[in-house]
Ligand binder design. Structure first.
Ligand SMILES: Nc1ncnc2c1ncn2[C@@H]1O[C@H](COP(=O)(O)OP(=O)(O)O)[C@@H](O)[C@H]1O
Ligand SMILES: [Mg+2]
Length: 404
């Protein structure tokens, strides 16, 4: 198998996994909570040694239907279009030759419209369904080869799932819902309760353990779902449109809280969403799906600044670029700076290559004139008012310019 993403070695369209410093456990608001060792025990240290991807799908196909083999062969040979597969073979091609590689600590978003195959991919990662073709590796191990016991162990200890439909048990209180998996694993009641209280603290539901699920708001129930997934202290979280049914404001709040929690716990997350805004806010990287295939994988900035085709471009058109696009994407070479306004390079305001467009606007408003972009003490580019405006406007401006 390929282990395509390694710390310290960013490949094309890949961002290095964020180096989350191992820290004590904090809750959503960053407040330290009791018994710091429990959830922190699996946090990953960064090393210079190459590591295997945490989760990898290689040549993954899932075609539903009795004649799936014939359908795949026909598609691979280019004999039949995807939209003809249904009528010709009575099959549904849900996932088509998907390759993805998720690094430890990443929040990897899979974004696509309803029916594009997102949930089907996720169901392969804990092997709720078997692929038609291809492999899924978790920590380098081909999970298709796991014996039933090993598979049960993987699901119970390494992978936590959170769904839009929270699936809370209505007749158990919040604490017992959170501790349910531990109960199945015969963890003693006292220890179960202790862990449940800890994870409820993490999701800011301290003190809510005795209530029944239907006494909580939708956003709170979703946090119980997350707490339940965290209770087994898994390395990997699979989240399938977890915030999809919530009101926009609550949704945004939960996204922020999840980002905070994620940074503190060093989990690897595969996060499914149909909302590009959400993917951009949360994702270390994003894979965009269409009709079972991944059309583009990249950082939010890659996707926004270089959409691969018209399909992706349509999605990114209405996304605000201010927080996502950074100076390094809009600056022009130092050599092209012609001392605008009579200011030499060394007298310009300066910023780092990671400064976003919104912050660059603030600098230009305060200081007027161009901004030198400095990396490692050296100027590597210049952002002028024109290049900044072009960056804000994005590719549409280029189109207009090219048409002139
Ligand atoms: N068990 C199944 N049997 C037949 N078709 C299925 C099954 N599960 C999913 N599909 C089909 O596969 C496609 C992808 O579905 P899904 O992965 O649920 O998409 P998404 O999560 O992106 O909305 C859809 O056309 C869906 O109808
Ligand atoms: Mg789905």
């Amino acid at each position: 198998m390929q282990s395509s993403l390694r710390p310290g070695q960013a490949g094309e369209g890949h961002q290095q996994p964020q180096a989350y410093a191992p820290s004590g456990i904090k809750n959503f608001s960053g407040v330290n909570v009791k018994n710091e060792n429990y959830l922190d025990s699996q946090s990953q240290e960064n090393t210079s040694e190459p590591v295997i991807s945490k989760v990898e799908c290689e040549g993954l196909w899932k075609v539903f239907g009795v004649r799936s083999e014939e359908a795949i062969a026909a598609m691979q040979q280019g004999r039949v279009d995807r939209d003809k597969i249904r009528e010709q073979f009575d099959c549904v091609p849900a996932v088509i030759d998907v390759n993805l590689s998720v690094a430890s600590g990443e929040i990897f978003c899979i974004m696509g419209l309803s029916g594009s195959g997102k949930s089907t991919i996720v169901r392969h990662i804990n092997r709720l369904i078997e692929p038609s073709r291809g492999q899924v590796y978790v920590d380098g191990e081909d999970i298709g080869k796991l014996k039933p016991d090993a598979l049960r162990h993987l699901r119970a200890t390494q992978i936590g799932m959170v769904f839009q439909d929270r699936g809370l048990l209505p007749h158990r209180n919040v604490r017992d819902n959170v501790a349910f998996a531990l109960e199945l694993r015969r963890v003693k009641q006292e220890r179960r309760d202790e862990i449940a209280e800890q994870v409820l603290d993490l999701v800011q539901l301290t003190g809510w353990g005795d209530l029944m699920p239907d006494e909580l708001s939708g956003g709170m129930q979703q946090r119980v779902g997350l707490a339940r997934a965290l209770a087994a202290n898994p390395d990997i979280l699979l989240m399938d449109e977890p915030f999809g049914a919530l009101d926009p404001l609550i949704r945004r709040e939960l996204q922020d809280q999840f980002l905070q929690l994620s940074a503190n716990l060093s989990k690897t997350t595969i996060f499914i969403t149909h909302d590009l805004d959400e993917a951009i806010r949360l994702g270390t990287r994003i894979a965009i799906m269409k009709d079972g295939e991944i059309v583009q994988t990249g950082t939010p900035e890659d996707i926004i600044t270089s959409p691969k085709d018209d399909y992706v471009e349509d999605f990114v058109r209405n996304i605000s670029r201010l927080e996502v696009v950074k100076a390094h994407s809009v600056m022009s070479p130092v050599e092209e700076y012609d001392g605008e306004d009579g200011k030499p390079l060394n007298s310009l305001a300066y910023a780092s290559p990671e400064t976003n467009l919104g912050e660059l606007i603030d600098i230009i408003i305060k200081r007027s004139g161009a901004i030198a972009i400095i990396d490692d003490g050296k100027p590597i580019g210049v952002v002028t008012l024109a290049s900044l405006l072009k960056g804000i406007r994005g590719s549409e401006l280029e189109k207009v310019a090219n048409n002139d």
